[in-house]
Design a binder for this molecule. Structure first.
Ligand code: SF4
Ligand code: SF4
Length: 447
């Protein structure tokens, strides 16, 4: 970030006079000047890694071709980003990566959204001069939330940095060297046996399809087609603000009505709103807070809605477990209600109900698989889809989401107050609970 305290540095990039600041990297200075040096391992959320060497540049009177993401600017520096030597070096790097990468783009989960594919297109690479044998590794499907396909890994290191430095988990690391190098949990175990909390941030930042969420939307589509089953869906508050983006609607636009319409068109037998149980969570957590304030602890009370955070506390900070709210998350409360109250009210055998939820987080896939999440005597939530998976399902069904008219969730589990709505924002759960506490204690409604 540019600040006034930093010393200014003047340099030339591709013949353009560029002003930067001490500590800036050549890549940042070039991009600010409108020159888009290609990158692969670099990601602004985790900073430079300097492992892939796609962003190499030429520096006058310098040695070799340094990676611009880890080369600091200097006063008077002359940089060239598009010489023949630079282009050839980039091509060679990308061709070498492609030579040891599976050529199954059409079947890949990231087809069309793959950064390696986009880079190869940008550099005009249609074939590779190299051929490298790589030992085949079985996909790691041990986690309920994520799939790791080491054959597709390009060893960029993004996931390693994200997991260790941003998420503070360090479930992934580099093993071996040279052509045997591998990104893996410790001792090449499965993710399920590692410290992974299923947050999904590695999948979000992986440039290729080497880590991705466990896709289950096609399974849901098949279950809907089974006339012997009653497939019920619940949708989290955050999904209505996020899914529009997948269909060209500006990010953050609430599309609640279109979402309800789309889910009914997909054939779900009942369409419920997780906001109903978000309200229950608020009432329960608010009441629990009042009780703990009376009995002096354990405080502070920490909401238990985030399964990633719960697993993190269990694994790394068990001393905070007494501070966690004893309430289940809205997803799990709704799952239990669907297979008990709703099943009875609708006269449906709960064993014939498939309870699906659409959530903004991969950790919810792990949450529903926890053995204690069976208040109904069976698994309360059977399948969790992410927002992206639901978008795939909608597209596959040929539904033009952006053109849909507004529908409504089904009563009674589709009705909620405004309090549940703020669950979708950071800190919203506790804010909603505190508002409820205020109303219970003062007996005055908040405006
Ligand atoms: S899901 Fe989160 S905790 Fe697990 S490996 Fe990925 S980044 Fe690390
Ligand atoms: S799994 Fe993905 S993010 Fe991690 S090193 Fe491999 S390619 Fe990079």
């Amino acid at each position: 970030m540019m600040t006034d305290e930093k010393k200014k540095v003047n340099l030339t990039i591709d013949g353009i006079q560029v002003e930067a600041y001490e500590g800036d990297m050549v890549l940042d200075a070039a991009r600010r000047a409108g020159i888009d040096i290609p990158t692969l391992c670099y990601h602004p959320a985790i900073g430079p890694i300097g492992s892939c060497r796609v962003c190499v540049v030429e520096i006058e009177n310098g040695r070799g071709l340094p990676a611009s993401c880890v080369t600091p600017v200097r006063e008077g520096m002359v940089v060239r980003t598009n010489t023949e030597a630079v282009r050839e070096a980039r091509r060679t790097v990308v061709e070498l990566i492609l030579a040891s990468h599976p050529q199954d783009c059409l079947q890949c989960e990231r087809n069309g959204r793959c950064e390696l594919q986009a880079l190869a297109m940008r550099l005009g690479i249609r074939e590779t001069r190299f051929h490298r044998e790589k030992e085949h590794k079985e996909c790691d499907t041990s986690s309920p939330a994520l799939v790791r396909d080491a054959d597709k890994c390009i060893l960029c290191g993004r996931c390693v940095n994200m997991c260790a430095d941003v998420q503070n988990v360090a479930a992934l690391g580099f093993a071996y060297r040279g052509t045997d190098a591998l990104v893996t949990p410790m001792f090449e175990r499965g993710l399920a046996e590692s410290k992974c909390v299923s947050c999904g941030q590695c999948a979000k930042i992986c440039p290729v399809g080497a880590i991705h969420e466990k896709e289950e939307w096609q399974k849901v589509a098949d279950l809907i087609s089974d006339p012997n089953l009653h497939v019920v869906v619940q949708v989290a508050p955050a999904v209505r603000a996020a899914i529009g983006e997948e269909f060209g609607i500006p990010a953050g636009t609430p599309v609640t009505g279109k979402l309800a319409t789309a889910l009914k068109m997909l054939g779900f037998d009942a369409v419920f709103d997780t906001q109903f149980t978000a309200d229950l969570t608020i009432m329960e957590e608010g009441t629990e807070l009042i009780e703990r304030l009376k009995t002096k602890g354990p405080l502070p009370l920490i909401t238990s809605c985030s399964p990633g955070w719960i697993k993190y506390a269990e694994t790394f900070h068990p001393e905070f477990i007494p501070n966690l709210s004893s309430c289940k998350s809205p997803q799990q409360m709704m799952g239990a209600i669907i297979k008990t109250y709703y099943a009875k009210k609708a006269g449906i055998d709960p064993d014939k109900i498939v309870s699906v939820s659409v959530m903004p987080c991969t950790a919810k896939k792990s949450e529903c698989a926890r053995p204690e999440m069976n208040a109904s005597g069976r698994r309360d939530v059977d399948i969790v889809l992410t927002t992206r998976e639901l978008a795939c399902m909608i597209r596959q069904a040929g539904i033009r989401f952006q053109d849909l008219s507004d529908g409504e969730f089904d009563a009674p589990l589709g009705i909620s107050t405004g309090a549940g709505t703020i669950f979708g924002t950071t800190g919203g759960v506790m804010e909603a609970a505190l508002r409820t506490v205020y109303e219970i204690v003062t007996k005055k409604p908040l405006g």
